[in-house]
Design a protein around this ligand. Structure first.
Ligand code: HEM
Ligand SMILES: *[C@@H]1O[C@H](CO)[C@@H](O)[C@H](O)[C@H]1NC(C)=O
Ligand SMILES: *[C@@H]1O[C@H](CO)[C@@H](O)[C@H](O)[C@H]1NC(C)=O
Ligand SMILES: CC(=O)N[C@H]1CO[C@H](CO)[C@@H](O)[C@@H]1O
Length: 327
């Protein structure tokens, strides 16, 4: 081989290697050499908190979703407002009720003590959400790791990309498709509402002023609307009162949320919207009929997709020292 031939052979190979390196993907056990106990530490700290306050499992799951649907799973939801950026994602409207940040901070502290600067906040959130759901006997899924933390967090993007509880089915499908999630993922992951709470202020119009004429959303089962009105008084300045989204088994990760929706007892319009598409509606009916025969498996599969949305890898992003602030 002449020098010229060598170069023409080596260059394309080099270019290919570079392309592959750039398109780095997440792997299972990414920290097994750099911080062998990382996943055990996440699990131990998460379990401690969730055993003590099981309802925070819902908080972590929702936080994981909000992280991934805005700018990919890059820990941007964790960034606190600073003078330089006082409009991070957590300042956006849908964030106001996010909870569980203290768990992420406690995990990060334990990891920084053991292996400083190694484990990303984005990975911590993905692992902790999984471990929290497992702690309350919900489904379990693999969490490939190797995410890097982003440096950008914008309230405007959170407001634009996080699906609204007032959204119709067309908009919800678009919100999910925009990040590569299917209609099936939409109905399956909405099943996350089998645990956790919804605040009354979000449904006041649905209960008391649906079309601006002092009326109630007619698609809500009348008996359920009546019960909700006993809990949620028409007081918009009450930002505290809440109800469980799955009133049948509020603390159990099962298919009863789907049952609620089929009985016109979905808390939000976005829950009720799942009735108005043949594919999502068929899924609801199937899970109700079979007592959630495939829900746990489907949920795990959709989560594995969700937690890989738009991740930063390799030399992209950074490993934050403090999950609340860029380095
Ligand atoms: C399909 C579009 C979705 C909409 C419009 C939506 C909307 C909401 C709203 C408005 C709340 C109430 C928050 C509060 O009042 O504190 C909520 C709670 C919750 N959401 Fe969703 N959500 C959606 C999808 C998801 C997905 C994909 C997941 C996870 C896989 C999820 C998990 C949760 C959980 C666990 C809670 C309870 C949070 C807590 O108890 O603190 N949601 N959601
Ligand atoms: C954020 O910063 C801008 C520019 O410094 C300022 O005008 C605005 O009032 C601040 N907003 C909040 C909520 O502090
Ligand atoms: C109901 O909605 C209408 C139209 O938006 C508004 O004018 C009215 O003040 C609302 N009533 C209450 C009690 O909030
Ligand atoms: C949990 C959290 O950080 N919530 C914030 C969301 O945004 C509101 C309004 O900007 C803040 O007051 C909350 O602290």
């Amino acid at each position: 081989m002449s020098a010229g031939q060598k170069i023409t052979f080596v260059l394309p190979v080099l270019a290919m290697v570079l392309i592959v390196a750039n398109a780095e993907v997440l792997t299972l056990g990414y920290y097994k050499c750099s911080c062998p106990d990382a996943e055990k530490i996440v699990q131990r700290v998460t379990e401690q908190y969730i055993t003590h306050v099981p309802s925070l499992a819902a908080g972590l799951l929702r936080m994981n979703f909000h992280d991934c649907i805005v700018r990919g799973c890059d820990g941007s939801v964790l960034l606190k407002p600073t003078p330089a950026n006082n409009q991070t994602e957590v300042t956006a409207i849908p964030n106001t009720t996010l909870r569980g940040f203290e768990i992420i901070d406690a995990i990060k502290k334990a990891l920084e003590d053991k292996c400083p600067g190694i484990v990303s906040c984005a990975d911590i959130l993905a692992l902790a959400a999984r471990d929290a759901i497992q702690t309350i006997n919900g489904p379990w899924w693999e969490v490939p790791t190797g995410r890097k933390d982003g440096r950008v967090s914008l309230a405007s993007e959170a407001n634009a990309n996080i699906p609204s509880p007032f959204a119709d089915i067309t908009t919800l499908k678009q919100n999910f498709a925009a990040v590569g999630l299917t209609t099936k993922d939409l109905v399956v992951l909405s099943g996350g509402h089998t645990i956790g709470i919804g605040h009354c202020f979000i449904i006041l119009n649905r209960l008391y002023n649906f079309t601006g004429k002092g009326d109630t959303d007619p698609s809500l089962a009348p008996s359920y609307a009546a019960w909700l009105k006993t809990r949620c008084k028409p007081n918009p300045s009450d930002l505290q009162t809440f109800v469980f989204m799955d009133r049948i088994t509020p603390k159990v990760f099962d298919e009863k949320y789907f049952t609620m929706v089929t009985q016109n007892r979905g808390l939000f319009q976005s829950d009720a919207a799942l009735l108005s598409d043949p594919e999502t509606n068929n899924y609801l009916e199937l899970q109700v009929k079979t007592q959630g025969s495939t829900f746990a498996k489907d949920f795990a599969e959709s989560m594995v997709k969700m937690i890989q949305i738009g991740v930063l890898t390799g030399s992209q992003g950074e490993i934050r020292k403090n999950c609340g602030f860029v380095n």
